[in-house]
Ligand binder design. Structure first.
Ligand code: UFG
Length: 331
């Protein structure tokens, strides 16, 4: 990166920078010498304040605010994390998701191109693949979501593709598998309200905040009947965003990548790992399937490894649980 003595720091706007993956990425950007501005409406964020980061409260759908901000701060590139991300809620309240993630997302993209910014990194999801035909899932897999959340992510990807061709917007779409874990120093971690994600729920059981852990489905076509997921450490995701930004500065070329470890673990195996690391036994109840859960989601991460030189070095399941536990037990 060109952050030598005489080179001005590159300026990055991070939307949703107070959220789970956003805050870890902001921390990593600062560590690597970027000048960071955060735009967040604080709807789901857990604000951390970091030295040298400008925090601005606002919405990505506020075209005027975003347009002015990008010009005033002379932003070089944006990373867009701001979105709603509960699959279940997207099914029961789709208009909220299309409004937030697509309608406001379009206003944001318009402000980006109108202000002359040509680079964007976007948080996409393996949810854009729906029920995959092949495991592990490569970027060539057909994208056919099975819930509104996945559709909103796919629609944003499509808008970026069209804006690339028409207006020269260069994008990198990062399709995360299951983001998990917490920063090594324990200052930031995963927190949702309500909590629906499996690792925080398991740890809330360890802490006694919940009395029982419910396994959603034991009759899937997997090695032990429970769902397989590919958990990837949030610090590795943060690193991928920085590699994506650097790729855009160096190559000025759009692309998309799967971010996962390539290894899947079942819910029952996850319970075993949590019990081993925390040293506590969980009260487990085997339940029916949760609607909309694909049986297995595992990434083929070859492309990210080759093109971005990305490697998920923090993503062993032990490290994921250990760092998450460190954070949850301190809260
Ligand atoms: N699970 C349980 N019990 C629980 C919670 C979850 O058994 O109390 C199981 C689920 O059924 C699933 C696995 O644990 O098999 C993981 O569930 P999560 O809810 O933690 O995560 P998802 O796999 O549903 O994640 C999905 C997509 C992501 C998307 C994310 C949005 O895979 O791409 O939802 O939050 F980004």
């Amino acid at each position: 990166m060109m952050n030598g003595k005489d080179t001005p720091k590159r300026k990055i706007l991070v939307t949703g920078g107070a959220g789970y993956i956003g805050s870890h990425t902001v921390k990593e950007l600062v560590k690597r010498g970027y000048d960071v501005t955060v735009l967040d409406n604080l709807s789901n964020g857990n604000m951390i304040s970091l030295d040298g980061v400008k925090y601005i409260e606002g919405d990505i759908g506020d075209y005027d605010k975003v347009n002015k901000l990008l010009q005033f701060e002379e932003i070089d590139a944006v990373i867009n994390f701001a979105a709603l991300a509960y699959v279940g809620e997207s099914v029961s309240d789709p208009r909220k998701y299309y409004d937030n993630n697509v309608v406001k997302g379009k206003a944001f993209l318009d402000a980006v191109v109108d202000s002359g910014v040509k680079k964007i990194v976007f948080s996409s999801s393996c949810a854009t693949y729906g029920i995959p035909e092949k495991i592990p899932i490569s970027e060539d897999e057909r994208q056919w979501p099975v819930n509104p959340y996945g559709w909103t992510k796919l629609m944003f990807e499509q808008m970026m593709k069209d804006y690339d061709e028409a207006y020269g917007l260069r994008y990198i779409s990062l399709r995360y598998f299951n983001a998990a874990g917490a920063d090594a120093d324990g200052s930031i971690g995963e927190m949702h309200d309500p909590e629906t994600h499996v690792i925080p729920i398991l740890l809330q059981n360890v802490l006694g905040i919940r009395k029982k852990f419910f396994v959603f489905g034991t009759d899937y076509d997997t090695r032990d009947g429970s769902c397989i997921r590919d958990y990837v450490h949030v610090t590795d995701l943060a690193d991928a965003h920085i590699k994506a930004i650097e790729y855009l500065f160096e190559n000025e070329k759009s692309d998309f990548f799967n971010l996962g470890t390539g290894e899947g673990i079942t819910v029952l195996e996850l319970i075993g790992a949590v019990e081993k690391i925390t040293g506590r036994k969980l009260n487990v109840s085997l339940e029916d399937r949760r609607s909309g859960d694909p049986n297995a989601l595992v990434a083929d991460n070859t492309k990210a490894k080759i093109v971005l030189s990305w490697n998920p070095v923090h993503s062993s399941i032990e490290n994921i649980i250990r760092t998450a536990w460190n954070w949850h037990s301190r809260k």
